[in-house]
Design a protein around this ligand. Sequence first.
Ligand code: UDP
Ligand code: MG
Length: 426
Amino acid sequence: MGDKVSIILTSYNKPDYLQKAIESVINQTHSNWELFVMDDHSNEETTAVIHKYLYDHRIHYKNSFVHPQHRLKTTRYATLINDALPYATGDYISYLTDDTVYHPNRLSRMVQTFLCHPEAQAVYSKQKVVHVNERGEEMSHFYRNANTVLDQAAFQVDHCSVMHRRLLLDRIKDKYGSYWDDDMKHWNHGDSIFWLRVNTFAPFLPINEVLDTTYKTPNSFQNAFQFLPADLIDGTFVKGSDQHVYFLDQGVRHPVGERWRSVYLDRTVIIPDPYLFQYHMGKCLNIPNYVLVKEADRPAVFYIDAGKKRRIESQHAFQFYQFKRKDILTIDKEVLESLPEGPPITRERSGVIANPPGRRLFFIERERFLFLHGVFHPISEQVVRKFFLQQKPIPASFRNIQQFPIGKPFYPVYDEIIKNLNIAIE
Ligand code: UDP
Ligand code: MG
């Protein structure tokens, strides 16, 4: 048996990191490898990086040219890996993402381990995980250990810390009908779903040495995916990997102009691109919903709700609905006049909540609710933290909101998926 390693590198719009990833393969002490750079229709800056390395005959490149509408249909990296695997000629297979670097002895240590353990089918190593900020500076780091033989590697071992024998692939395909399961619902843990398949044939042998470093950027899927509900909340400022800020409104993402910068600056939620692409592109908004505005020389304060301006009738109502003066934006008379008038926002003496402002957070009998489009939705604390950093919940009782329906909850979808998989996570 030989010692050739096939490496499948998946890439999407991370030119700087990608360059480091490719160079980390070129710098391996073990030189018998082939690298498949599977690019998922990245920007030109990224493909230009790839082209710089194609002089090396060991490096193969394929662009998926995926259409934006199809991007959200599968777990993309799993789809790309499945496309590459039939061409792999190595004795061993190893995976790499564009935000990870292999340490120079990564391949040699793993191949050595296989040579010493002819019965082994899969090995994994210790990993350094570095969290970086938007400027690429290290904020913190930790290690994922590799000191036990794993019968269940799912949710323990990262995508980039594994090598397995190529022959195992045939057995996996025979049993499951495909190599990697690229169902969209596994986007955040497609590697773990593949490890489950590997584990039905063999355990993972540990190599207790750090052989790769992975970088978690604010845009990384895991960060972006964390605490995200299945349906995004209307009225959120979001951005995907291209850094453009959009305002979400009922299936449409509206680009927002610079003039709303002070509003969206500290409340833009980073979301994964597939979520973003589900929204049609709308027109640039004159004025987004759910902001507080007033004219320069007039005291009246309005809340923009469903495209209408709603006057906040009293100081009492302003305070009750937890609005803050610092959030009031002064806008031109003409812009305000162009908006139709909605019902005023009032505070009834009886305590009944008659016509509350939209997209406000309530605290009702120890539970959090979000009032949106006329419905009270239960919402988890984690989703609140991700979407409503600054609003204090409005205290209320079920009696006072009884004319409104209770809708579908906003809970993190990832937790639900894990629960349904029914596997223990440490
Ligand atoms: N990826 C892809 N297509 C996409 C988005 C991501 O092929 O539309 C690849 C990306 O290049 C990387 C892997 O999927 O190799 C995981 O993505 P990311 O690093 O953003 O996720 P995380 O580090 O949070 O798991
Ligand atoms: Mg990553």
